[in-house]
Ligand binder design. Structure first.
Ligand SMILES: Cc1cc2nc3c(=O)[nH]c(=O)nc-3n(C[C@H](O)[C@H](O)[C@H](O)COP(=O)(O)O)c2cc1C
Length: 438
């Protein structure tokens, strides 16, 4: 069945697990503010030869949410610590374009890329959360404006990452010349949203530029992703929809004169693993029994960007306009509900189980079957794993499903490179200032 395609795998690391009640599962970690659980997850990633460990972010405390979304470490600070404890796994972090300055972001990711020996990736989000605006003395920006400013933001960041050509540092102890002035370039950017002089005060990084990642699948989000993203995190629940999304995104990438192979599409996926299907189903029922309805309902509202508490759960999915806050998950849920004639409760259950991501329940071979099928049929290039709880549910994946994928020849047995770009098969971007080699 396998025609030689290799899948890419990352993990969404949340100390309290990705399932809404994962932290309540016997033996599960209960905090997202405990370095040791992230170190354990990172060790498991390297044991399983995963491409990367992902740390998401939001910029506000909102009570009665999934606990991993209420409280968390600042992702780059966490990754700087993880960089010193790991050697191979990629380190991908969310940073908002709406509430950051491009110079800071360019500098932070360049620093992480150096500290980790070329393993940094930036998940660029535009942050629609209204509560975040209040923490920055501003009001929420319109969806379209967020993506316009994000476009200029990423252009500035990429420009800053090209400030220093390869070989600019000469450290000539004889002459006292520390660097070659002809190989350092200011940016002198003046645009609608940002004015940035440059150059960056960090030199060229091991990956040339850290890997750019994006996850918003609204129309503007897709346009932005196809132009810049080297990896897309997608939320897809239905294989046929996922195949359409995959083909559309790859075509859009090609439309920017980019190689579609240089933009990997990873689908969020929650595996619930047992020694047999019955055991896996029992774990799922236990997780559902532990779910707090108010928290699950809040999560449902966050996914739709509308308060869903007033709607009949056993009625149809209400026809609401796409919100200014978030569109991706709502669109996927609407599509699936229409296709399969689902009630709001069906979507609620999907959100409560897997935060709205795809999930599968079964033994290692059954989980591997789903993953292989999606990759071989080009519904995705791999998966962002969202284990329900840590560490056990993730370790079961690493120790049972990864060997199964390896046996089928669809996932690496060893790392062949040491940078995130190498793991993902992405080229090192050419510095815009470098002279072509004759
Ligand atoms: C796997 C995955 C991870 C995500 N991680 C974050 C995150 O850490 N922080 C965040 O604000 N949004 C995150 N998102 C949401 C999207 O990045 C995006 O902000 C959201 O879908 C709204 O964009 P849209 O209106 O273009 O859909 C994630 C989405 C997916 C599918």
């Amino acid at each position: 069945m396998n025609p030689g395609r290799q899948m890419h795998l990352g993990v969404y690391a949340v100390g309290t697990g990705n399932h809404v009640s994962g932290w309540r599962f016997p033996g599960a970690a209960t905090s997202s503010e405990d370095f040791s659980i992230f170190k354990t997850i990172a060790d498991s990633c390297e044991r399983g030869k995963l491409d990367f460990l992902f740390v998401g972010d939001s910029l506000a405390f909102i009570p009665d949410q999934h606990p991993g979304q209420m409280l968390r470490f600042e992702p780059l600070t966490l990754h700087a610590a993880l960089a010193t404890q790991t050697s191979r796994v990629g380190l991908v972090a969310t940073v908002s374009t709406t509430y950051s300055a491009p110079f800071n972001v360019a500098r932070m990711f360049a620093s992480l890329d150096k500290l980790s020996g070329g393993r940094a990736g930036w998940n660029m989000v535009t942050t629609g959360l209204p509560e975040a605006a209040g923490n920055f003395g501003s009001t929420p920006m319109k969806h379209a404006t967020r993506y316009k400013s994000a476009t200029e933001f990423v252009e500035v960041v990429k420009g800053l990452w090209d400030s220093w050509e390869e070989g600019a540092i000469t450290t000539n102890v004889e002459t006292g010349e520390y660097f070659d002035k002809t190989k350092v370039h200011p940016l002198d950017h003046v645009g609608k949203f940002y004015s940035v002089r440059g150059p960056l005060n960090v030199t060229r990084t091991p990956q040339g530029q850290p890997v750019l990642v994006q996850a918003g699948a609204s129309e503007d989000g897709q346009k932005f992703a196809s132009r810049y993203a080297e990896m897309i995190f997608a939320s897809q629940l239905d294989k046929e929809h996922a195949k359409e999304f995959y083909a559309t995104m790859k075509a859009q990438v090609a439309g920017w004169d980019r190689d579609p192979e240089h933009c990997k599409i990873l689908v969020g996926f929650m595996p619930i693993i047992g020694r047999n299907e019955e055991e896996a189903r029992k774990k799922l029922s236990e997780l559902m029994r532990l779910a707090v309805p108010e928290v699950a309902l809040k999560m449902l509202s966050a996914r739709f960007g509308h308060d869903m508490s007033g709607f009949d759960l056993d009625g149809p999915v209400p026809d609401l306009p796409l919100s200014n806050d978030i569109q991706t998950h709502a669109k996927v849920a609407y599509d699936k509900a229409r296709k399969a004639n689902l009630t709001l409760r069906d979507i609620y259950n999907q959100v409560a189980v897997a935060r709205g991501y795809l999930f599968a329940c079964g033994d290692a071979a059954a989980i591997a079957d789903v993953m292989e099928e999606w990759v071989v049929e080009r519904a995705c290039d791999g998966f962002m794993l969202v284990p329900p709880y840590f560490p056990a549910a993730f370790d079961e994946f690493i120790d049972a499903v990864v060997p199964e994928l390896q046996k089928r020849g669809i996932f690496r047995r060893e790392y062949s490179g040491s940078t995130l770009r190498e793991h993902l098969g992405l080229p090192v971007p050419t510095n815009r200032h470098s002279k072509p080699v004759p």
